[in-house]
Design a protein around this ligand. Structure first.
Ligand code: ADP
Length: 524
């Protein structure tokens, strides 16, 4: 009898798990709009959860590039939400996540969201100012406050009540607090009760981006004044979207176990460490996975030759030669090619690059950069390129095909990050047999195993670590890598084999998220 009851309970849990309704809310999703790793996570996680049988939907703003490049179906849902002293209306369009049946709900509000224009240098968060400097839109707070209110309006209007709203980064930080408001204040008792069944998981992809806005934004977002308090949404006299998310979400996650610990310290916590330490019981880390449909040298259509762990050559050599040729470098298999693809911001270690890279270049290495961002980092890199003519290729802008070719054609990948919540490029590099040199922080520490004598003997090493954020530590690690590449081909072959056979697929990460959703939905 007891066994029968248990087995019934297990069956119903499995059923609930299979059918769990999850709404992933984010400001970008790969295939539609992407500025960084967040987009990859949202798309790949959505697809992986759908394959596991969850009823998952994604909600994003309808940017101009989505409208222009994707077939959209009008859902029939129109709504309006209060913003300051007016009502702002919107509508919902639906598309499918490429290669899947996952619905992507796109919130239309032309004035807020359809201003991106690549030809003018305007993106989804920023526009190009004088000298190419990227400047935040002055109304970003208002734009995303609307998006957050719209998410709840859409749930209500469409009548699809998720058990979990999975919020991502500050652009969705007000959702948990608005949800509480709805649950406490909706005059319709049945609706209020429904709101009370919805739980929020808030994922931090990068704690440096906090969405802090002047206090007046409280009024614009129509948040009650009593929440402007340091234990609620106030952060140094401003309304912080991130803080709102961290304080009001039922659970918090971030994108690697090491980063989950790091952000509880002042060096990494960027002012949120106290709050996160207080909430550490509901904080955990899950490393991002890789979408191997897109990033796999055995099937990648964007590289000139395919290869895998069992047949690295001639494919990788062909890719290296193609990379060197395309970028105007000497086509020479005997020279190590160092690759880097990154947003050109302080986080990615460009100040260390400026000092340490010449050490490797003096020893004859070639360096290939793909990146977009701060003009002063560009200038530093241009100065180095001028000092080492013919050895450096700088490629400014966003270029996915070139990103694939760099991963495939480089020998060594550089990631000297000041901090790195999870990082994706080091994982792509592993799959493409491009051995990473990383600072041992956040997700880099969790995913790359240093080539110490012990780890090499155990055949577990996959890259090269350095610890302190200092140029000479980075230079030493880079030289350790280039020397190994030059003088120990057997060791290098082993490193590549281990790296290429590591499984960092989304399947594993999605299992962890599914478990986290289950735990979150059980919070009373
Ligand atoms: P972050 O999210 O901090 O930017 P990640 O390593 O987690 O860093 O993810 C960066 C993602 O964006 C990767 O998919 C990377 O290939 C891509 N990427 C970054 N800059 C460029 C660029 N200039 N061109 C093409 N892809 C880029």
């Amino acid at each position: 009898m007891e066994f029968a009851q248990k087995s019934e309970k297990k069956k119903s849990n499995q059923k609930a798990g299979r059918m769990m309704r999850v709404l992933i809310a984010a400001s970008e999703v790969v295939g539609f709009v992407k500025t960084g790793g967040l987009a990859d996570v949202v798309g790949a996680l959505g697809r992986a959860l759908h394959q596991k049988g969850l009823d998952v939907r994604i909600v994003v703003p309808l940017y101009r590039q989505i409208r222009e490049q994707h077939p959209l179906k009008f859902t029939g849902c129109k709504f309006s939400v209060p913003m300051g002293d007016r009502m702002v209306s919107g509508a919902v369009w639906e598309a499918k996540l490429p290669g899947s049946e996952v619905p992507v709900l796109c919130i239309e509000q032309g004035g807020y969201f359809e201003r991106d224009d690549a030809a003018q240098g305007s993106g989804i968060y920023q526009y190009s100012g004088p000298g190419g400097a990227k400047i935040d839109y002055p109304d970003n707070g208002e734009r995303f406050a609307f998006f957050n209110r719209a998410i709840l309006a859409v749930i209500h209007r469409m009548g699809w009540w998720p058990e979990i709203i999975h919020c991502n980064d500050w652009q969705t930080g007000l959702v948990p607090v608005l949800l509480r408001q709805e649950a406490d204040r909706d005059p319709n008792f049945t609706v209020a009760r429904r709101w009370r069944t919805v739980r929020c998981l808030f994922t931090i992809h990068n704690i440096a981006y906090q969405g802090n806005f002047p206090a007046l934004m409280m009024y614009c977002a129509r948040l009650p004044g009593h929440l402007f308090h340091h234990e609620a949404v106030e952060f140094h006299g401003q309304l912080s979207f991130l803080k709102a998310g961290l304080n009001f979400a039922d659970r918090i996650s971030t994108v690697s176990p090491t980063y989950a610990l790091e952000i509880q310290t002042p060096w990494y916590g960027m002012g949120m460490e106290g709050l996160l330490t207080r909430r550490s019981a509901v904080l955990s880390g899950i490393v991002n996975g890789v979408d191997y449909n897109e990033w796999n040298p055995e099937s990648d259509h964007q590289i000139p030759a395919n290869f895998g762990p069992e047949n690295v050559q001639p494919g990788k050599g062909v890719c290296k030669a193609a990379l060197q040729k395309q970028l105007g470098l000497a086509v020479d298999p005997r020279v190590p090619v160092l690759g880097m693809i990154a947003r050109m911001v302080e986080q990615k270690g460009f100040d260390l690059m400026g000092i340490a890279l010449p050490t490797a270049l003096r020893q004859g290495a070639q360096f290939v950069l793909l990146g977009d961002g701060d003009p002063w980092h560009r200038r530093t890199m241009e100065e180095i390129a001028a000092r080492f003519p013919g050895q450096v290729s700088l490629n400014f802008g966003f270029n996915e095909p070139l990103a694939h070719l760099i991963e495939a054609g480089s020998d060594i990948y550089l990631m000297p990050s000041l901090y790195e919540p999870s990082g994706l490029n080091q994982l792509y590099s592993l799959k493409y047999g491009t051995i990473p040199v990383v600072r041992a922080t956040g997700g880099l520490a969790d995913t790359i195993v240093d080539a110490t004598p012990d780890n090499l003997a155990r055949e577990s090493a996959t890259g090269f670590h350095f610890g302190s954020y200092q140029a000479d530590a980075f230079a030493k690690a880079m030289v350790r890598a280039t020397q190994t590449w030059r003088t120990q081909p057997d060791v290098w072959a082993q490193l590549m084999r281990t790296a290429m056979t590591r499984d960092w697929s989304w399947n594993k990460s999605a299992d962890s998220y599914q478990e986290l959703y289950r735990v979150t939905s059980n919070i009373r």
